[in-house]
Design a protein around this ligand. Structure first.
Ligand code: 3HC
Ligand code: NAI
Length: 707
């Protein structure tokens, strides 16, 4: 015992309580504290059994993830968990682990070393290590199959997804679900088993299966992982480690696990995923808006416009239990919007995501309307009408007239300035951008656009609301395209240039999918509609700087009516299942157009394709960072991971550039600048950090933070 672990007694039952807020991670000091308590208990004859429990909101959420960085930089602290787990298991008095909240990672490994486990029904258990690019490193891959069976252990360790207490009971991971007070229930359980032989998990081999059955189970797990977790090291290592449990003694299995754990921990993938874990939490920290900032309670909302975005946003609000008024301009559009919402809910029911009853409940929270009646009561309005400044201003003038003071007026605009929209009202402090991504009811990203006058309360409320809505809210500044789309422009520009220079449509898409991107840059254009960008480009043509090269093939495709999936033809052609099929007609057209334009096509490597597309993102990201439109490089990463399908195991574009080395990135960008001209001028911040031998992550910590 120490500050982190306390020992108390309930007559004949000793209670060890872990108190390491907020989540009782197994930081240095915790294993030592438990070990010290066990020593005291061993000497106390009045103790017949032991309960191990977590203080505060949870049992143990795992090893302390902050320690992993110390391990990989050669400064590990503490003896690790394995010796403690053997000591618990070999103790002569039964240890009952009492679980509430989460027993994750090292927390579940600790629990499995106990002789019994009990849990409240809301508790969850899991081995989420793969989400950090590692595998369980304290015998989780050896004890879990012994308790739950090989197939369940494979599922839990490869997906990292937790299971609830009821399921854990079914699979033998826990022994009882406690109704009522957990500690009291655990103590009762302890008295029932005191004095009886205590089962050691590591000696329970009956669920490990036989070689021939297991062969099929492992090969199917490997197939699933190859398909669903393409290119990831940890899930494969988790399978190998569980296989070791079925083929070796417990001790040898533990050694095999350690070797794989260390390999994973030192991989670039794990470092990147750990960066993602902390970045996702840092994103809600805004330097000038403290945690204590007052927020506005959002009990009801309204959405203006029931089109693609408005419909999705309405569902998001209704799904979170918020009643929504949905306003349209005319009955036909309103009927269309509602029909789409209804069919989306029907699909969710069909796919088993929720029950018909839950779908009805959600749908009933939506009140369709053609007027602003009722808007005076709502706490939040999200405008999602057509993209056009005049129309937006008209709507906001109307909102100002009908909404109560203190209501938040948000715009879902993707390109227009929030300050200009705010200026059309006399309450700009309550105006903000909430930029959802399409489909709004699916995509996790929400860019929250801070206007010059937006109040801190309004920002804090929207950041908090993003969590209520199940979104990752990222605060961004008010520049054209905000952060995500501003960077996406150069990325897609390069994809088009590469096609025009001879790379081949499918080769460009393939190179980026091989890099790990979830979306193919050209196929995604077809999905969103090539005409959207074409219209925007036409509107902003007057801003183009003469002499700076622009891609043109996509515009030509639009002129031919090839808008993408909606016209069954774009960069690709589409069958009735909306599958993209390479179209020789487009290949031929592009060849003709570029020849006419005097471009000599050449062979282009996959490496050049990824460098050009990814570094185009990075170079623009560097400008955004330096101009202060994103608070931190890691915020940009979170935007790309949640809104654009950037691979999490590469940490996001800015982190990826840091891992490549900014000097190398800068040299390559400079080379592209020489070859392709002004669009590739290196961002001043990229140049400076490269010269100083620094990273974007350091910039966030030492400077930055302007939004
Ligand atoms: N180590 C260090 N810090 C942790 C942590 C961990 N395992 N888990 C959470 N934290 C920190 C968070 O960074 C956050 O810090 P902050 O307030 O300074 O930003 C704080 O605890 C609260 O976390 P959340 O904001 O995530 O709180 P929630 O209530 O939303 O979620 C949770 C709680 C479900 C436990 C979630 O934090 C979580 O999933 N944690 C990670 C669990 C995990 O991956 N465990 C495995 C670790 S690896 C391991 O155990 C290896 C072993 O096999 C040896
Ligand atoms: P949309 O064309 O699908 O829907 C717009 C709807 O607004 C139409 O149904 C129209 O009838 C309605 N409308 C027009 N004036 C109105 C008024 N005065 N009152 C009530 N309803 C009115 O457009 P979409 O795609 O949903 O876009 C909406 C906004 O979201 C735009 O600002 C757009 O830039 C932005 N956005 C679009 C994304 C997309 O992928 N479609 C992604 C992110 C943002």
């Amino acid at each position: 015992m120490n500050d982190l672990v306390q020992l108390t007694k309930e007559y004949d039952v000793a209670v060890i309580t872990i108190n390491n807020p907020p989540v009782n991670a197994l930081s240095p000091g915790v294993p030592e504290g438990i070990s010290g308590a066990l020593d005291r208990i061993a000497k106390d004859d009045s103790v017949k059994a032991v309960v191990l429990i977590g203080g505060g909101r949870t049992f143990v959420a795992g090893a302390d993830i902050k320690e992993f960085g110390k391990m990989t930089s050669g400064k590990p602290r503490g003896a690790g968990l394995l010796p403690l787990l053997l000591k618990i298991e070999d103790g002569s008095k039964p240890v009952i682990v009492a679980i509430h909240g989460t027993a994750f990672g090292g927390g579940l490994e600790l629990a499995m070393a106990g002789h019994y486990r009990v849990a409240v029904s809301s508790a969850q258990v899991g081995q989420p290590e793969v989400k950090l690019g590692i595998i369980p490193g304290a015998a989780g891959t050896q004890r879990l199959p012994r308790l739950a069976g090989v197939a369940k252990a494979l599922e839990m360790c490869t997906t990292g997804n937790p299971i609830k207490a009821e399921e854990a009971l079914k699979f033998g991971i826990i022994d009882r679900v406690i109704e009522g007070d957990l500690l009291a229930g655990a103590v009762t359980f302890a008295r029932e088993v005191a004095g009886k032989p205590a089962p050691k998990t590591r000696e329970r081999n009956e669920k490990l299966g036989n070689a021939s059955d297991n062969a099929a189970v492992f090969s199917s797990a490997r197939e699933t992982v190859a398909k669903k977790q393409r290119g990831l090291l940890a899930p494969v290592a988790a399978i190998d480690s569980i296989e070791a449990a079925t083929k070796m003694s417990f001790e040898e299995g533990c050694q095999a696990e350690q070797k794989l754990f260390v390999e994973c921990l030192f991989s670039e993938q794990s470092k990147s995923l750990i960066h993602v874990f902390f970045s996702e939490r840092e994103v809600s920290k805004i330097p000038d808006i403290p945690k204590e900032t007052a927020t506005i309670s959002i009990k009801s909302a309204a959405v203006v416009g029931a089109g693609t975005m408005g419909g999705g946003i309405t569902m998001v609000l209704a799904n979170a239990g918020i009643p929504v008024l949905l306003k349209e301009a005319d009955q036909a559009a309103l009927d269309r919007g509602l029909a789409t919402i209804k069919s989306n809910y029907a699909n969710s029911v069909k796919r088993g995501r929720f029950s018909q009853e839950a779908a009805d409940e959600r749908f009933n929270r939506i009140t369709p309307t053609l007027s602003y009646d009722g808007f005076s009561n709502v706490d939040l309005v999200i405008e999602a009408v057509f993209e056009g400044m005049a129309l937006k201003k008209e709507v906001f003038k109307e909102l100002e007239r009908v909404c109560k003071p203190g209501a938040i007026l948000a715009s879902n605009t993707s390109t227009l300035g929030i300050d200009e929209i705010a200026a059309s009202t006399s309450r700009p402090g309550f105006v903000i951008g909430t930029h959802f991504f399409s489909p709004a009811n699916v995509m996790r990203l929400l860019e929250i656009v801070r206007g010059k006058a937006t109040s801190k309360e309004v920002i804090a409320t929207c950041m908090q609301l993003s969590k209520t809505l199940g979104k990752v809210g990222v605060l961004v500044g008010n520049c054209r395209g905000f952060v995500g789309n501003r960077m996406f422009g150069p990325y897609r520009r390069e994809a088009q240039f590469l096609v025009e220079e001879g790379a081949g449509i499918e080769a460009v898409d393939k190179a980026l999918v091989d890099f790990g991107n979830a979306m193919r840059p050209l196929a995604v254009g077809d999905l969103a509609g090539l005409d959207v960008g074409w219209r925007i480009r036409k509107e902003y043509r007057h801003l183009e700087v003469p002499g700076i090269r622009q891609p043109f093939a996509e515009d030509r495709l639009c002129e031919l009516g090839r808008f993408g999936q909606k016209t069954e033809a774009g960069w690709y052609k589409y069958d009735d299942q909306r599958r993209a099929i390479p179209d020789p007609v487009v290949h031929e057209l592009v060849r003709k157009w570029v020849t006419e334009a005097g471009i000599v096509q050449r062979k282009i490597s996959a490496e050049e394709i990824t460098d050009r597309c990814i570094y185009a993102l990075v170079n623009e990201g560097a400008r955004i960072l330096e101009e202060g439109y994103a608070l931190r490089a890691s915020d940009i990463d979170i935007i790309y991971l949640n809104g654009y399908g950037f691979p999490a195991h590469r940490g996001g574009p800015m982190w990826y550039a840091d891992t490549v080395g900014l000097k190398k990135v800068f040299d390559r960008v400079s080379e592209f600048h020489r070859q392709h001209g002004e669009t590739w001028r290196p961002a001043p911040l990229l140049k400076r950090l490269a010269e100083q031998g620094k990273t974007f992550a350091q910039f966030g910590k030492e400077e930055g933070a302007a939004v």
